[in-house]
Design a protein around this ligand. Structure first.
Ligand code: SF4
Length: 365
């Protein structure tokens, strides 16, 4: 398949790895921001093929993993109400809240449905005028345009029984939080290719300059990842800290103008709690007042939420690159994909799920 096969070419990947091996002179810690990249790295065994000087740590770019426990608990509370059809992407159904998950709400009689597009949720609302239909609008900059398209569509069709529980987060503030931490380990980033497809990479220029870190926008196939790493290591070895684009077939400096215009029209910046990490100022988006009628938090006035996270879960440290999943005492024991204690073991983009699936059980050093 075009744009896939050539980026899985084993000879080219090996050539890139050889170049990295020849280039590296000292240890470097590089964070891939996106959970999709984490899974691809482990799937293709790239972490085990790199020279020992290069350590990859796994960033907070898994939307399911960083959706705050408060919002998961609000989702559970709304989904439990009679007369509500609660719709969500599939991964969110197994994410543990303080008391159960959306599957347990469904087992107790709640009408919880998986949708593959938020526009399907609008269709459900139109087909069920006597019900309140809520969509769990989670994700980074990548999913925001489609999620907000559903609000625009409901608005223009006059659908009044549709609302969204918004939990949008943004990558650059998380990078600031990681880089300004006193226990920072990250020296370079592989930027998330799909986020940059929407947003471009202009907003990373001041981050690279302020913290003197190279940032390389990177795709998801093995050759993309090796090329991104090669460019990042080349900069680190040369003492440079620029933003480079290793994913030019999808990403431009300015990004997708139409998608960005839709985001600007519907969303405004807000502080957000990141699960396991805590509050990051100005790190998320909420609906603009003009679209307040579609805000599920306002419509349902969920009230005081008391959250209770598993005390053994170290997902917050994993998402900041401080620890690895196999450092967690519960990894593969009390916590497995069938019985997850934290969101990073649930999501198809979660680092703990990737380590479990690809057998990285040996404790990292
Ligand atoms: S293995 Fe489970 S408990 Fe440990 S950090 Fe990952 S999700 Fe949390």
């Amino acid at each position: 398949m075009r744009f896939v096969d050539e980026f899985r070419d084993a000879v080219l990947v090996k050539g890139g790895l050889d170049q990295i091996r020849r280039l590296v002179t000292r240890p470097w810690t590089v964070m891939e921001i996106c959970g999709g990249q984490t899974h691809a790295i482990l799937h293709y065994g790239l972490d085990e093929l790199l020279p020992p000087e290069i350590e990859l740590v796994h960033g907070p770019g898994c939307p399911v993993c960083v959706t705050s426990l408060e919002l998961v608990d609000k989702a559970l509370a709304i989904a439990s109400r009679p007369g509500v059809i609660f719709t969500s992407y599939g991964d969110m159904l197994r994410v543990p809240g303080s008391n159960g998950d959306l599957f347990s709400v469904r087992a107790s009689g709640g009408d919880v449905r998986v949708v593959y597009s938020p526009l399907d949720a609008v269709k459900i609302a139109r087909a069920n005028p006597g019900k309140e239909v809520v969509f769990f609008a989670i994700g980074f900059e990548t999913t925001a345009p489609a999620n907000m398209m559903s609000v625009i569509q409901a608005h223009s069709l006059g659908v009044t029984n549709y609302s969204v529980l918004v939990s949008h987060v943004c990558v650059p503030p998380a990078m600031h939080a990681i880089l300004s931490s006193p226990i920072r380990r990250v020296q370079g980033f592989l930027g998330a290719g799909h986020v940059c497809t929407v947003m471009g990479y202009q907003e990373y220029l001041p981050v690279a300059k302020q913290y003197r870190v190279p940032i390389v926008v990177t795709g998801f196939e093995p050759l993309d990842l090796v090329n991104g790493l090669l460019m990042c290591i080349r900069q680190l070895e040369a003492g440079q800290y620029r933003v480079e684009n290793a994913y030019p077939r999808a990403v431009t400096l300015q990004g997708n103008q139409a998608a960005k215009a839709l985001i600007i029209r519907t969303l405004e910046t807000c502080d957000r709690n990141w699960r396991g990490i805590g509050l990051i100022p100005a790190s998320g988006w909420k609906l603009r007042p003009a679209f307040a009628a579609f805000d599920a938090e306002k419509r349902f006035a969920v009230g005081e939420i008391h959250t209770r996270e598993s005390p053994v879960c170290i997902a917050g440290e994993i998402l900041q690159g401080i620890k690895k999943p196999n450092h967690c005492p519960a990894f593969g024991r009390q916590c497995t994909p069938d019985a997850p204690l934290g969101a990073t073991m649930v999501s198809s983009e979660g680092a703990c799920a990737a380590y479990y699936r690809y057998g990285r059980f040996k404790e990292a050093v």
